[in-house]
Ligand binder design. Sequence first.
Ligand code: NDP
Length: 257
Amino acid sequence: MSDSTSLRDQVAIVTGASSGIGEATALALADRGVKVVLCARREGRLKALRERIEAAGGTAMDFYCDVRDRGRVQAVVDAAMMAWGRVDILINNAGVMPVSPIAARRFDDWDRMIDINVKGALYAIGSVLPVMQRQHRGHIVNVSSVAGRHVFPGNAVYCATKHALHVISEGLRAELAQATPPEHGIRVTIIAPGVVLTELPESTTDETLRDTIRSWYTGMPGALTSEDIARAILFALEAPSHVNINEILVRPAAQQR
Ligand code: NDP
């Protein structure tokens, strides 16, 4: 049996590291000896997280990045290369969920979801890919959702962005698999969580809907924690290098759809 992949001394970029799943994943990676680039917009949170990682003996860098800004996303990769000379892992996690029925015509929310959840994720992939291709090694983890597998009325645009991320991930995986010479050193994984108790419902701009979603989240028995998702991500990253865990769908035991 092949050994699992050791993450020690690898370099990871985590988008949306200032809270929730991104924060928990950054901590879990640092705990495994990974050098982590922490990206998001709330700089105070990133700095506090970096200090927490360093206090525990880990290595991290914090970097302001709005993933809607393609130049800034490239700058994150450039900073990682400058500091540590490689990028082994991308945790493409930044996302928002300002849901509402389509008839509510919340155009700005649609733009935000498409720009962050889809275009931002693509910018990050586009920025790390040349580096990973040169290295013949890398792992891109795209944090999608159960909303990338099912369509929930009232959530159509959010679901569309997560479906798009599934399609992009599968297309990228297949392209890398058929490259000549085969670039089997670059793996692509979709992590599709169900309900995880994070700040995500706060991104819903419609107040009534936000309250409904908050209550649904907090009312779900055994709702997942960010650490549950970080564990699933580590499982994919630590698989032996010839094994590509393509997709992990993780729901609370009590979640129906
Ligand atoms: P959080 O709200 O806690 O985290 C979202 C993260 O995205 C924050 O760090 C936020 O940082 C970052 N972010 C938002 N907008 C931008 C932007 N424009 N540029 C850079 N970073 C940005 O929620 P979660 O941890 O739950 O969400 C993480 C991912 O998990 C998302 O993609 C979400 O869709 C997905 N997911 C979550 C589920 C859940 O139930 N919680 C279920 C399924 C999927 P900042 O605001 O500082 O920029």
